[in-house]
Design a protein around this ligand. Structure first.
Ligand code: FAD
Length: 289
């Protein structure tokens, strides 16, 4: 394999190859060029988020919820190197507008966030990445799906093919699992079209439960007022259950009591398992962090 860095691939000038794997992320130019063929659908989450860095080194995965005059804003943070951590900061559109985060320059926005999360940051600053016009990179999460994942010898993989809300922390694993599955399909099926069809069908079906978990997890944060007033132990227990399809329909305290009882009684545990969520084991472990 010859790896090339800092080299842009033009979607209309692909090299002559047996197979072209488009792992070019959620904005995939290779996919966009044939969006109709792929049947791309994108839905936007309601909340605003920004992804920033800090020199504060967290020793464990950390959540922080802060109440402002305009509603709640929260973040989760984790270390990614010996001297840096990353934070995803999120809030509702009402809080975002009320705090003026939509109009603030990146520098002013980061200064405000540093003030709001001062206890968490311990005097450390936030590190952003402004847009060319100096605005901050506030986004809403895009959940992307594609009806089919290949066109001729071009095949999608990772975020180019599908995204799952960041709060389940699974996107990188899923992209690698796509690659493993694609390699397996190519080994098993000598005919390229058969292999790529098999790969797409298999992965789309394997992803259903994770996509459902991600949708419910995103909705949990969008429904924060439903949970934030609970005693902290209950609130965090339900945070760990945020991918459950049942939780939105059961009063939170009742759900909490059922969940506790299910931990003790085997019959109830089986009942709860039957109700869902039906999430792959590895993802559940990460989602529960
Ligand atoms: C806020 C947030 C937090 C997240 N947290 C987690 C987490 O904790 N754990 C986790 O597993 N996942 C997380 N994810 C998801 C994860 O980032 C993605 O699922 C994962 O990066 C997808 O990998 P990928 O290789 O498919 O795409 P990408 O990581 O987007 O890589 C695509 C690459 O292609 C390059 N590229 C694009 N176009 C071209 C071109 N024309 N020519 C050359 N190169 C090009 C890009 O520069 C990029 O390097 C998070 C996502 C977000 C938004």
């Amino acid at each position: 394999v010859r790896v090339e860095y800092e080299s842009e691939i033009a979607a209309d000038r692909l090299p002559d190859a047996d197979l072209v794997v488009a792992g070019d992320g959620v904005n995939s130019a290779l996919r966009e060029r044939h969006a109709d063929h792929f049947g791309t659908e994108i839905s936007h989450g309601r909340n605003h988020y920004i992804w920033v860095g800090t020199t504060k080194v967290f020793d464990s995965f950390t959540f922080s919820f802060v109440e402002t005059d305009h509603g709640w804003i929260w973040c989760y943070a984790y270390r990614f190197s010996d001297d840096r951590s990353t934070l995803v900061i999120e809030c509702s559109p009402r809080t975002w507008a009320g705090l003026g985060l939509g109009h603030a320059s990146e520098a002013d926005g980061l200064a405000l966030l540093e003030k709001l999360f001062a206890d968490l940051l311990d005097g450390h600053g936030l590190i952003g990445r402004a847009q060319p016009d100096g605005a901050a990179q506030w986004l809403t999460f895009r959940t992307l799906t594609n009806r089919t994942w290949h066109r001729g010898n071009l095949v999608l993989l990772g975020d180019a093919a599908h995204t799952t809300h960041y709060s389940i922390g699974a996107g990188t694993t899923l992209a690698l699992e796509d690659a493993i599955s694609l390699a397996g399909a190519l080994r098993e099926h000598p005919d390229l079209d058969t292999a790529l069809t098999y790969y797409g069908q298999k992965r789309r079906s394997e992803l259903l439960s994770v996509q459902s978990a991600a949708r419910h997890s995103a909705q949990w944060y969008e429904s924060l007022p439903r949970y934030i007033g609970l005693p902290p132990a209950q609130m965090f227990a339900l945070l760990g259950q945020r991918h459950s399809p049942l939780l939105p329909y059961v009063p939170p305290q009742l759900y909490y009591r059922i969940d506790r009882a299910a931990g003790r009684l085997e019959a109830l545990r089986r009942f709860k398992r039957w109700l869902g969520p039906k999430v792959a084991r590895g993802v559940q472990a990460r989602a529960g962090r």
